[in-house]
Design a protein around this ligand. Structure first.
Ligand code: GRF
Length: 204
């Protein structure tokens, strides 16, 4: 269990909790070395503390520009030997300083079947657009918004009676299932990126 991951959050941290749970029950053979939040009031920090995981608050507003802020995050993560960074509801766009420090080593979870509905309020976008199927996507992070190579996806039917919240709740269940699984598969190796495609040597 020496594979160290770092988790970046901004809010309630339910995906963080799913990752914590997976490391505890043996589904994910990894150690969360640190949880970093850009907001001091993120409930996910409490979840991390309860799990005995180190927490850091790094307020982006306290830094003179994005590069300085990202350099600090990189330093925090490298100092703890983090080999894979997992964004879990982290509400900041990351630029070249951060992404370049962890090439193909940053994952994000998004509540839609990308490339449909990137950006904020993906669940609302899906309901308003009238798609019949939406879902969740784990993808690598590059400097584009929600557009890096896709690792895993799960489909969720959109029901006629769905609201942003009811659809979001069902998508969240799938997020909690596929995020730990995607982290495990990436840490285990046996994959490569061909163009935009993440290709695994063995099927799931
Ligand atoms: C999730 O819906 C995730 O897909 C999106 O932000 C939300 C974070 O929720 N990127 P939580 O903080 O993990 O509960």
């Amino acid at each position: 269990m020496n594979r160290a991951i770092g988790v970046l959050i901004s809010g309630r941290g339910s995906n963080l909790q799913a990752i914590i749970d997976a490391t505890r029950d043996g589904r994910l053979d990894a150690r969360i070395a640190v949880v970093i939040s850009n907001r001091a009031d993120a409930y996910g920090l409490e979840r991390a503390r309860q799990a005995g995981v180190e927490t850091l608050v790094r307020d982006h507003k306290a830094h003179a520009g994005r590069e300085a802020y990202e350099a600090l995050l990189v330093e925090d993560l490298r100092a703890r030997g983090v080999e894979l960074v997992c964004l879990a509801g982290f509400m900041r766009l990351l630029g070249a300083t951060f992404v370049g420090a962890f090439p193909n080593r940053i994952l994000n979870i998004h509540p839609a079947l990308l490339p449909a509905f990137p950006g904020l309020h993906a669940q609302r976008q899906a309901v308003e657009h009238g798609v019949k199927i939406s879902g969740a996507t784990v993808h690598f992070v590059d400097t584009s918004l929600d557009a890096g190579p896709i690792v895993l996806q799960a489909a969720v039917p959109v029901l006629d009676a769905d609201t942003e919240d009811t659809l979001g709740a069902r998508i969240l269940e799938q997020e909690h299932r596929i995020y730990p699984e995607a982290i495990r598969r990436i840490l285990d190796g046996g994959w490569r990126i061909e163009g935009r495609r993440v290709v695994f040597d063995t099927p799931a």
